[in-house]
Design a binder for this molecule. Structure first.
Ligand SMILES: [Zn+2]
Length: 126
């Protein structure tokens, strides 16, 4: 799995502690290729949220897409206002050789373990 890194993501790392719900699109294939730094894109058709796509708050620049559809084996619940969403349960992913495990509660990113950023991202890029 390739993880594309951008220089800007390293600079944004220190301040990226919040997440809001930004744009809503009708279908998953309408999610923009370049996601905003701190706003999740919500996929909702007929008003029913099905996916949330956002840039991982760890600062390494990888993108996450989580299912909000309950019957799926791995799915999350989105609640709260768009400017301060809560996503339950925690998001726990392994990407590019590091683990990102965090909660989003009332728009705040709370880490289960401190995110590990890479000193030499290019070397670990796959
Ligand atoms: Zn991450």
């Amino acid at each position: 799995m390739g993880v594309r890194l951008r220089i800007t993501s390293l600079y944004a790392k220190a301040t990226r502690r919040n997440l809001v719900i930004g744009q809503t699109v009708e279908a998953a294939d309408l999610v923009p290729r370049h996601l905003p730094a701190r706003a999740a894109i919500l996929v909702a058709s007929n008003g029913r949220p099905s996916w949330a796509a956002f840039t991982c708050p760890c600062g390494n620049g990888h993108q996450l897409m989580i299912s909000l559809i309950a019957p799926r084996r791995a799915s999350w619940q989105l609640s709260g206002p768009r400017r301060a969403p809560t996503i339950h349960p925690s998001i726990d992913v392994v990407a590019g050789g590091h683990r990102c495990h965090f909660w989003i509660r009332r728009g705040h990113v709370e880490w289960a373990d401190p995110p590990r950023t890479r000193a030499h991202p290019r070397e670990e890029e796959t």
